[in-house]
Design a protein around this ligand. Sequence first.
Ligand code: DQA
Length: 138
Amino acid sequence: MKLIIINGPNLNLLGKREPEVYGSTTFEDYFKQLQQQFPQVELEYFQSNIEGEIISKIQKVGFDYDGIILNAAAYTHTSVGIGDAVKAVTTPVVEVHISNTHKREEYRHVSYISPGAKGVILGFGLQSYDLAIQSFLG
Ligand code: DQA
């Protein structure tokens, strides 16, 4: 089972960024925990602050890997391009958010990713990623 976590803009700052919303753990530390927790999964991690790089990564892995776990961060609410990439590939995409975006500003209530996603997990903190991996293990 080969899965990739793709994180969008500002998620490289997890641990430092608005800890009251996103927690105080860095993604690198959390990723190590995930690798230990799911030794049977070949787990990869990619982060970019650049929309086109996220699209290129989705295209690159999206006909080959078993699953994509995508937190497009702020691009979730703006990017027709990432939304189209999710629809274009054959690998199932699970959309993930750390915070419950529906409890937050109205502009975060819209997702351009969800229409192409297999499912959406949000609001469980970093555990949202954990749950996304479990969803692929069935
Ligand atoms: C986020 C929610 C987005 O609205 C925000 O722009 C982010 C992170 C989340 O994981 O809760 O950067 O995707």
